[in-house]
Design a binder for this molecule. Structure first.
Ligand SMILES: C[S@@+](CC[C@H](N)C(=O)[O-])C[C@H]1O[C@@H](n2cnc3c(N)ncnc32)[C@H](O)[C@@H]1O
Ligand code: SF4
Length: 351
């Protein structure tokens, strides 16, 4: 059973906060860390996982204490925003212990934001606790409002449960952004409905292009792939989309929908280049650091983490990895071989 010793890290951070911030060779400050806390999930979304996924043995997955240490090391080096993801972060046993422990960095002012991306299935259970821990807003992934379609896309999920989770989160005072993966021939008829629904409830909505990550078995992302440039053109026939200057350093671009007053985002990693402003890195639940979502190069942080209780080796490994952060990525859906451009799944790097 994992447990985090709440007394340990505060002192450590004090000592370590004097360390230099992480800046890559292209002058980009690394201020945003996304951490996958588990590779497991209670859904099997068709674009994300094969139905018969095999998951990692427990010994390979970082304990809650190790995740805490790892996140805190990045915070000590200038990370201001931490996103927990997965797999499904809320199915990790003891997840609230980790969230509660990490929330000390919010209280100390070292961290601006602690957040998570979730499929929403466990939100009814955790919403109040998440809010109490200082989480202000979360991303919930939802691709359709049609219960049958929802089941077909997620294979194992139930729409009702997710909608109840969203209700609970809003009642608890959490701000929600909905993430919707655009799937050709599956949910492309629903975007106006989803936009009106989300904006009507005070939630922003972001559409995401399918990315070629990981083998997913039956079907192909070539069949699922729907360029958001086309979606945007279609939506512009129905809504007035006003460009806004809101940027997060990531691959999303935002517009205001005049009719609803809400914000609509487009994440287009395949058709747009967003790398020059990239401020983020990702760590998997095994402690592998990916410097770029679209490149294979990675650094093992689990070894230095487990080799010593002090953080010197860990910091050296992080510095070495950040010095290799590439200038940009090279995503393509491989049309000739109909294979993903990268072998790892989104549930490994956490999106
Ligand atoms: C991997 S999930 C992890 C967090 C959580 N389980 C969830 O679904 O929100 C994070 C995000 O990645 C998206 N995603 C997964 N596979 C994808 C793919 N191949 N292309 C684009 N987005 C993907 C999901 O829709 C979700 O919004
Ligand atoms: S997208 Fe999220 S909910 Fe769906 S299978 Fe992947 S990790 Fe699970």
């Amino acid at each position: 059973m994992d447990s985090v010793h709440a007394s340990l890290p505060a002192l450590e951070l004090d000592r370590e906060s004097r360390r230099p911030r992480l800046v890559d060779p292209f002058g980009r400050a690394i201020s945003y860390l996304r951490v996958s806390v588990t590779d497991r999930c209670d859904f099997r979304c068709v674009y994300c996982m094969a139905e018969n996924m095999s998951f990692l043995p427990k010994t390979e997955v970082l304990t809650l204490e190790e995740l805490d240490r790892l996140c805190s090391a990045f915070v000590a080096r200038g990370v201001r925003k931490l996103r927990l993801t997965g797999g499904e972060p809320l199915v990790r046993r003891g997840i609230m212990t980790l969230v509660d422990s990490l929330s000390r960095h919010l209280r100390s002012g070292a961290l601006d934001e602690l957040t998570l991306t979730t499929n929403g299935s466990q939100l009814a259970k955790y919403a109040v606790e998440l809010k109490a821990a200082g989480i202000r807003r979360i991303n919930v992934s939802l691709d359709t409002l049609d219960a049958e379609k929802f089941r077909a896309i997620t294979r194992w999920g139930a729409l009702d449960q997710v909608l109840a989770g969203i209700d609970a989160a809003q009642s608890a005072g959490l701000k929600i952004k909905i993430n919707t993966v655009a799937l050709r021939g599956v949910n492309d008829d629903e975007f106006p409905t989803l936009i009106e629904w989300a904006h009507g409830r005070g939630m922003d909505l972001t559409l995401i292009e399918v990315m070629p990550l990981g083998e997913i078995g039956a079907g192909s992302r070539l069949d699922q792939y729907l360029p958001l440039s086309i979606v945007r053109t279609r939506l512009a026939e129905r809504f007035s989309l006003e460009d806004i200057d809101y940027r997060t350093g990531g691959p999303a671009r935002y517009v205001r929908v005049a009719e609803t007053g809400g914000t609509l985002g487009f994440i287009t990693p395949l058709t747009h280049n967003f790398c020059e402003s990239c401020n983020r890195v990702r760590v998997t639940c095994t402690g592998t650091l990916y410097m770029c979502l679209g490149q294979e190069d990675a650094a093992d942080l689990r070894k230095p983490l487990r080799a010593s209780e002090a953080n010197e080796l860990l910091f050296t490994a992080i510095d070495e990895a950040i010095s290799r952060k590439p200038k940009g990525h090279d995503f393509v859906i491989d049309r000739r071989h109909r294979r993903p451009a990268l072998a790892r799944h989104m549930s490994v790097t956490g999106g």
